[in-house]
Design a protein around this ligand. Structure first.
Ligand code: B12
Ligand code: SF4
Length: 519
């Protein structure tokens, strides 16, 4: 069998990093690890090709080569996925769809011949056999979630590695917490399942052997879901790294209670972790309680963030507007919190009720669901009836983005973060790795685009001067963040234009009148 694995295109969103990636000569942030894992699970005798449409075109001759097409994706990739499925069907080519989208949407909506719901480790052998014999069923779903010790070494040979800015490695799936809006726990469960340390080291060896020397994202739902296992892994990674003169930096996602464990933070620092994404959600404690995000309550969240930053890790934060508890002052409070946090990359989104979540079920019971959402919570639309006036909420969301991504506000946060994290005199500088050819290219492009033609060039030059003097010990990080800021500034401007157009057209509210009861 010739199996063609296809990853649909992402729209241009806050999360795509597209505008910053161009500076680095990269086309996407990460490769499709789900498909690389599926490829490794397929029979060895099958021939495999992978096309990630985020970094390359899907050619007719790829489709002509294939006996079966396997697609993966998130909800947000639906439009591109459906287009590809249609293209395959026009050629009478069999399609199988899996990945998170298959858990979010009804199988019929995906239009594929076969849909695989959930994780694939235990069922791919049966699916492959059925495909070979022409007896494949419309839907496959594993009875239980697999142990990750059964997950294979992802097939790295199928991707064009240099087109990505980061490589992905997964250590665990699932998260022990129980946030109401979260679909992670619905898809991957609340018991963190981990790979063996040796499996992760084998993945790192594979990346090294393929010549990768840049950063690696540990794509766990919550890297510290099982703290004691995370510590074992970190010790092993630190030892593994010590064999080499140059090695990877790591980034990951975790919960805020990381700040409560100095040993864990120190181990992360020792293992080369440079950033961590935290779901902070809202500075309003009543919102956190209502959303059942209890791990963020009964603490000074700003202090927790500063503690993590003091271990040399950049904190990226996820924030949500639109909780039932949000009042008119939430927008100002959100901006104030973000500015004081020293979190340069603050991903602020509108609450979205993802199908399958506790939130979706509750709002359904309350008659407040409008549709299944599009998987993108950074555009000006809501898929439920909020407590606050919908137009006011969207307008407030927009104002938060404009304020936090103005040049001055953004660079202020970067400077606050750098002041908390830059190496102390006497500590070793980690400058050399930044001076790669790719980064030099990004630096020059940044000077031209942001410093010469950029709308915010005045704040850019002020920041550059500070980076070259006060923060020279972490100049590389400062420049990387300047480039990242460009993406968010472009996206905030795009959103502003879309908002103006929507306001002019009177479609800002995006909630059908029959649902709101308004004329
Ligand atoms: C890394 C990551 C990213 C990376 C991109 C990774 C990439 N190239 O795809 C970044 C940081 C850019 C990102 C962004 C976003 N992400 Co994201 N991301 C992840 C994360 C943490 C890991 C993905 C991964 O590599 N997993 C490892 C692989 C092995 O797991 P897997 O893909 O599930 O694959 C298994 C099965 O699903 C199955 N399978 C998968 N595909 C297929 C295909 C076939 C044919 C078969 C048979 C089986 C199969 O087999 C695999 C092995 O069991 C996941 C969470 C998670 N646990 O997966 C969220 C997740 C996928 N992201 C999510 C979301 C919502 C987003 C954003 C939309 C965020 C936002 N609010 O805007 C953006 C979208 C990007 C954009 N441009 O706008 C959601 C998707 C929810 C959904 N139902 O669609 C997830 C599940 C997390 C969550 N709930 O918040 N993300
Ligand atoms: S901490 Fe994050 S991953 Fe865990 S349940 Fe809450 S939102 Fe989901």
């Amino acid at each position: 069998m010739n199996a063609l694995l296809i990853y649909p295109e992402f729209p241009d969103t806050f999360w795509s990093f597209k505008h910053a990636l161009k500076f680095l000569g990269k086309r996407a942030a990460q490769p499709p690890l789900g498909l690389m894992t599926v490829a490794a699970l397929l029979p060895r005798s099958w021939k495999k090709r992978l096309v990630d449409t985020n970094v390359e075109c899907l050619r007719d001759r790829d489709l002509a080569w294939a006996d079966v097409v396997l697609l993966s994706g998130m909800h947000i990739q639906r439009d591109s996925l459906l287009e590809i499925v249609e293209r395959c069907q026009a050629r009478c080519l069999r399609t199988v769809v899996g990945g998170p989208i298959a858990s979010s949407l009804p199988a019929a909506e995906l239009k594929a011949n076969h849909v695989v719901i959930g994780e694939a480790e235990s069922l791919i052998a049966g699916l492959a056999r059925d495909l070979e014999q022409g007896t494949a069923k419309p839907i496959y779903q594993a009875a239980e979630r697999p142990e990750l010790t059964t997950s294979p070494l992802p097939d790295l040979s199928l991707i064009k590695m240099n087109r990505y800015s980061t490589m992905a490695v997964q250590y665990s799936r699932g998260c022990p917490f129980n946030c109401e809006f979260c679909d992670i726990i619905e898809i991957y469960g609340r018991r963190p399942r981990t790979k063996a340390v040796a499996q992760v080291l084998a993945e790192l060896d594979q990346l090294r052997a393929a010549g990768w020397r840049e950063s690696v994202f540990i794509v766990d739902d919550n890297f510290i879901g099982n703290k004691s296992r995370a510590k074992d892994l970190l010790k092993a990674i630190a030892e593994w790294r010590s064999q080499f003169k140059t090695s990877f930096d790591f980034n990951t996602e975790a919960s805020l209670n990381l700040a409560d464990d100095p040993e864990l933070m120190q181990l992360m620092k020792d293992a080369g972790f440079k950033s961590v994404f935290l779901g902070i959600e809202t500075p309003d404690e009543s919102g956190l309680i209502a959303a059942n995000k209890l791990q963020n309550t009964r603490r000074d969240m700003l202090e927790s963030v500063a503690t993590i930053q003091s271990y040399g890790m950049q904190v990226m934060g996820g924030f949500i507007l639109g909780f039932d508890t949000d009042r008119e002052d939430i927008f100002d409070r959100m901006v104030e919190f973000i500015q004081k946090s020293g979190i340069p990359i603050a991903m602020v989104g509108l609450l979205q009720a993802m199908p399958g979540t506790q939130l979706f079920r509750r709002l359904g019971r309350e008659g407040r669901i409008v549709d299944d959402g599009g998987g993108n919570n950074t555009e000006s639309r809501l898929n439920f009836l909020p407590r606050m006036d919908a137009a006011r909420l969207i307008e407030g969301y927009h104002s938060v983005l404009q304020r936090i991504y103005s040049g001055a506000a953004y660079y202020e946060r970067v400077k606050l973060y750098l002041s908390r994290t830059q190496p102390q005199p006497g500590e070793r500088w980690s400058q050399q790795r930044w001076l790669t050819r790719g980064n030099m290219r990004a630096f020059v492009t940044s000077i031209i685009r942001q410093g010469v033609f950029g709308r915010q060039r005045w704040s850019y030059w002020k920041f550059l001067a500070a980076a070259a003097t006060r923060y020279r010990r972490c100049f590389g990080t400062a420049m990387t963040l300047a480039v990242m800021g460009y993406h968010f500034q472009v996206m905030a401007q795009k959103l502003a234009k879309a908002m103006d157009a929507a306001a002019l057209a009177g479609t800002l509210e995006q909630v059908p009148a029959e649902k709101t009861g308004k004329e």
